[in-house]
Design a protein around this ligand. Structure first.
Ligand SMILES: [Zn+2]
Length: 177
């Protein structure tokens, strides 16, 4: 499915929900629907917002430019040696900023994972996916999608840069080593 198709599909389901909420408002005066999977009541707000998260990334911009070069970077505190991934510019232990950039090792071992088949709305256009945590060879735990047909705890994985489709943005994932 292309990005446009998946956006249209999401928009279609939103429109159906809005139509349904409009009819509920007319009939009962309350925009409360039942969630499909759990049957829990959900208040659907009658005002619309179009939300795209904007996160300030100035302090970790280098992480993103490295992705373009196929590299995955972490930050390291020059004082206590703690490594942070995803990178952050502050060490809460030492209360200092301006940490050093280091490259993450690619080798890791999967310590846990979960298959996501009930997805939040903004992830509903993806097929089922696996999210795992691996202990990397530098001792740092990394959370990422696992791109593998078969997964088991203890398997060797490789951390690599990938493009998440259909959006096409650069991110990182595990593949079997
Ligand atoms: Zn520190």
């Amino acid at each position: 499915m292309t990005l446009k198709d998946s956006r249209n599909k999401l928009q279609e389901s939103i429109n159906q929900t809005i139509d349904y909420v409009d009819s509920l408002l007319k009939a009962e005066g309350l925009p409360i629907i039942k969630e499909q999977k759990t049957n829990n009541p959900l208040w659907v707000d009658v005002r619309e917002i179009d939300l795209r998260y904007q996160l300030p990334v100035k302090k970790v911009e280098r992480f993103f430019s490295a992705l373009k070069e196929g590299k995955i970077l972490a930050t390291k505190c020059p004082k206590c040696g703690a490594i942070y991934f995803p990178p952050q510019d502050d060490c809460p232990n030492c209360r200092i900023s301006g940490l050093e950039w280091v490259e993450m090792p690619t080798e890791g071992e999967l310590i846990t994972y979960t298959v996501i088949n009930v997805k939040p709305p903004s992830f509903s256009h993806y097929g089922d996916y696996i999210v795992g945590i691996a202990r990397m060879s530098n001792g740092v735990n990394v959370l990422a999608w696992v791109n593998a047909k078969e997964v088991k705890v203890g398997m060797k994985v490789k951390l690599r840069v990938t493009r998440r489709e259909p959006e096409g943005y650069l991110t990182y994932e595990f593949i079997p080593a």
